[in-house]
Design a protein around this ligand. Structure first.
Ligand SMILES: *Cc1c(COP(=O)(O)O)cnc(C)c1O
Length: 445
């Protein structure tokens, strides 16, 4: 060990929650660096205008999306998911945990986003659309006033086929990037980590996406993808660990959620707090959504990240302040979890730093509990999610049990009966039926 590593390990051993993390116990952590949202927004390197630009870009592409993905036609080419109340699950959670849950419980079903069935259909697709737009604009093939459905033509496909795209992924980002890139006509390569599911690789190959498999974990797949892409000037690398575009694509979810809450006549204000629980891998998805939500709802929204006990990379980076300079392996955790998309050992440094003043806290959950909640949600609400998408579900229990100080300090303890809890369900609708049956079975043990 060099000096820096020694001081790193000595200091962090003093943090009480590190011991629990190392023992793979579930933890609930309140972020001491949460700031007043107004101040945090003023200081942030990314702004509401950046999110607005992303939203407008997605609107420009809506006619194209609607044309090439018929499942989005009813929503006029908008890639969006339902927000639903889950009262039976709420009862089940309260009963099983012996913990009264104050407030309403809803599920944001990104599991059912069109095109790729996970939250990655937000950021991943957005980043490729932005790249395609820039290429077409810079070659005078398109103006932003055009009807973008013209992109669904042989002329554009032939144009995009001169360029390639690469990405490293545990599965879901690969699905999103692969599907949209191939649809536009790009040559696309997905570098898959060892934990990526076979059905995802098969699906991509069936769509003419090149899939390269690695024996190693997510960070290695990303590194390899980055190296290969750098060698080819016509290749664009989607950098899940550092991408602002991915982040902004996710952030657009916030204004959409605001609209959906209004449609359900759910009020969010000083007397009606909103709590949102987001499964976190490298951080871009939950970070982007949380960042967007803070711009929209300010101090009236409280965002928490959820991670597997075997891959708590973001909370480790945040609580130590080391961000991407520390990995879960550094403290002896194996980064082996059934939660696709969350099997990440080292967080994005970019996201950790941007989100730090906006995040209320984090918690971890065991794989066994993910499966149990998966089964419970099927039994109570007949909604099928992949294991990672259940990570946020235990959040309201943690908050109502261990979050008293947080609620008191943020002056919402006496307003909890007016609260709304939104659990962000990040994936699952594309999981093959036999696989889902196995997941359900595991939750029954
Ligand atoms: C990718 C993913 C996440 C988390 O997103 P990050 O950007 O990696 O933090 C959560 N759930 C599922 C199902 C995912 O695929």
């Amino acid at each position: 060990m060099n000096n820096r590593e020694i001081s790193k390990s000595l200091d962090i051993e003093k943090l009480p929650l590190i011991k629990k993390l190392k023992s793979l116990d579930e933890i609930f952590w309140v972020n001491p660096n949460l700031e007043n949202s107004k101040l945090a927004i003023e200081k942030s390197p990314l702004t509401a205008a950046d999110i607005k630009a992303a939203e407008e870009r997605l609107n420009r592409f809506a006619p194209y999306i609607s044309k090439v993905f018929p499942e989005t036609r009813a929503a006029n080419g908008m890639i969006e998911s339902p927000l639903v109340r889950i009262p039976s699950m709420r009862k089940k959670l309260a009963l099983d945990n012996g913990q009264p849950l104050l407030g309403d419980l809803l599920l944001k079903c990104d599991s059912h986003l069109p095109i790729s069935g996970s939250i990655k259909a937000r950021g991943g697709i957005y980043e490729i659309l932005k790249h395609a737009e820039q290429l077409a604009l810079s070659h005078q093939m398109l103006t932003i006033q055009d009807d973008y459905s013209i992109l669904a033509s042989e002329k554009f496909r032939a144009f995009f086929s001169q360029y390639s795209i690469a990405v490293g992924s545990t599965g879901n980002l690969g699905l999103s990037i692969g599907i949209i890139s191939a649809k536009l006509g790009f040559k696309v390569t997905v570098h898959m980590s060892a934990d990526a599911k076979q059905w995802k690789k098969d699906l991509l190959r069936s769509k003419n996406v090149q899939v390269i498999e690695y024996d190693s974990d997510y960070s290695e797949a990303v590194t390899q993808g980055r190296i290969q892409a750098e060698a080819d000037p016509s290749c664009y690398f989607v950098d899940d660990e550092n991408s602002k575009d991915l982040f902004l694509g996710y952030a657009v979810a916030a204004s959409r959620l605001k609209h959906q809450l209004e449609q359900l006549e759910i009020v969010v204000d000083e007397n009606h707090p909103l709590f949102v629980y987001l499964p976190c891998g490298v951080g871009g998805g939950p970070g982007g959504v949380a960042f967007g939500l803070k711009q929209v709802f300010k101090d009236n929204v409280h965002c928490f990240f959820a991670e597997p006990t075997h891959s708590p990379c973001m909370v480790l980076g945040l609580m130590t302040g080391f961000h991407d300079q520390i990995s879960v392996q550094d403290i002896g955790i194996d980064n082996i979890t059934a939660a696709d998309g969350l099997a990440v050992g080292r967080p994005s440094g970019f996201v950790g730093k941007v989100i730090e003043p906006f995040l209320s806290g984090s918690f971890t959950i065991s794989d066994e509990n993910l499966y149990r909640l998966l089964k419970d949600l099927v039994d109570t609400e007949d909604i099928h999610l992949e294991p990672s998408a259940l990570a946020g579900m235990i959040g309201p229990v943690f908050l109502c049990r261990d979050g008293m100080d947080y609620l008191r300090n943020n002056k919402v303890l006496d307003k909890m009966s007016n609260a709304t809890h939104v659990v962000w369900a990040t994936g699952g609708s594309m999981v093959p039926e036999d696989m889902m049956a196995q997941y359900y079975q595991k939750g029954s043990n």
